[in-house]
Design a protein around this ligand. Sequence first.
Ligand SMILES: Nc1nc2c(ncn2[C@@H]2O[C@H](COP(=O)(O)OP(=O)(O)OP(=O)(O)O)[C@@H](O)[C@H]2O)c(=O)[nH]1
Ligand SMILES: [Mg+2]
Length: 499
Amino acid sequence: MVVLGHIDHGKTSLLSSIRKLEFTPGKPGGYITQHIGAFEIEKGNPPSPKASDGQRKITFIDTPGHEAFSQMRSRGAKVADIAILVVAADEGVKAQTKEAISHIKKTGIPIIVALNKIDKPEADPEKVKRELQKEGILVEDFGGKVPAVKTSAKTGQGIEELLELILLVAEMENLKADISKSAEGVIIESYLDSKRGPTATLILNEGILNLGEIIATSSTLGKAKILEDFQQKRIVIALPSQPVILIGFEKVPKVGETFKSFPDLKTAKAYLKVETLRQVQGKEKRNLEVLEIKPEQRVLNLILKTDVLGSIEAIEEVLKKIPQERVILRVLKSEVGEVNENDITLAKSGRALILGFRVKINPTAENLAQREKIKIMNFEVIYDLVEEVRKFMEKISKPEVVRVDLGKVKVSVDFWKEKNRQIVGGRVIEGVVEKGALIEISREKEIKGKGKMINLQRNKKDIEKAPKGEEVGILYEGEEKIQVGDTLIFYKEERQKKI
Ligand SMILES: Nc1nc2c(ncn2[C@@H]2O[C@H](COP(=O)(O)OP(=O)(O)OP(=O)(O)O)[C@@H](O)[C@H]2O)c(=O)[nH]1
Ligand SMILES: [Mg+2]
């Protein structure tokens, strides 16, 4: 069961409510959801310990609604059997609602709509249903097949009904995994635990996984040394659809990879070899893309360190969306784990900025960074990361010279001239002229020359500015001589920082 929807529409709150946790206004955990999370509940009375007792255990996968986490949503939709689309009844269909719908459609899994925040006075479920219809989701009331429940994570309204519906849909779909097969599933999250080593959260699609079994993904292999349920209780066997934490991979597996169990190490190694080869070939193709840099551009090298692998994808995604006309972002290294001395060394040689996301900075690394003047920016929330990177890009970008037009003067008198200086008089016919401005001399609609204004006077007194209509005297400096009848175009050049 995967829960998808736009940011802040109440996915995490609904799940908390399903888990019978108390509703507290504000974001659960205080943050926007930035990770894919899985947990299991038992439905039925009394709860049955055996998964084979009908469809009573339900695994829920919570996904983030922020636009950056598209890959997590897609992955969530891929591993799930049913999708709950959460749409806030007061806000209706939004960008990530549409995106979620497209992920669900691609996988073809059945969908249940939760019209959440129904407690709010502004809630308009009928309007949301119409909006959903436009997206190709036809709810039952409108003659379609998609069940929709009005829910409130705040009051608990509709939660029971939602759970019943889930069981019903599961029954209708005859969702049963084949437990006679060897174990097969997907890595939904992974990281390097400093004490326990590579740690992965995975969900089994087929078969059962026993403690001690040999497993492999496309990038690493290992042995199920420790299996834990979502509450970190040790288990000896993982059942289909159950979210489990597995410790025992040699390296941190990539998120989204499928894993399989193997009868022995030899077959697992052979599988890994074929998969690695396939990946190397893919990578070689990608490496051919060469970065082209224009003179007005700068490159900002980055080193990304994150808590889990899924965060790397999400951050790379948001970075890609930052306009990079003047500053090009290039990720030198992205890795799960704390900021360490290697990162500082690399940052020094690659003149890179280190971006940490929900990680610690190793104290030795911190000292080294200070000595080497390496900048480390550490973040808890993805919004802040994007904002600060943008600001940093602006700071280092080469300024762009932008012309700002000020005003025009029609020349009526030529008072005095010497080598490359001249005093003329005339009327401001457009805009405002300012002392120190640059000048273009326009004669018969052609620009004859350029110069600048040294002084501006009115009635023989120095002034700073003169608006339209005023008669002024101008001390000009430039090669081209001004003639009576010319129009002087005044402008200034501003250096603007852009990214
Ligand atoms: N009144 C009301 N507020 C709700 C309800 N459900 C959630 N909220 C509030 O809506 C806000 C967002 O809730 P979350 O559960 O964090 O939303 P989310 O969809 O998980 O958001 P992301 O994971 O960041 O995409 C919080 O302030 C919740 O307190 C509801 O049913 N009624
Ligand atoms: Mg959430």
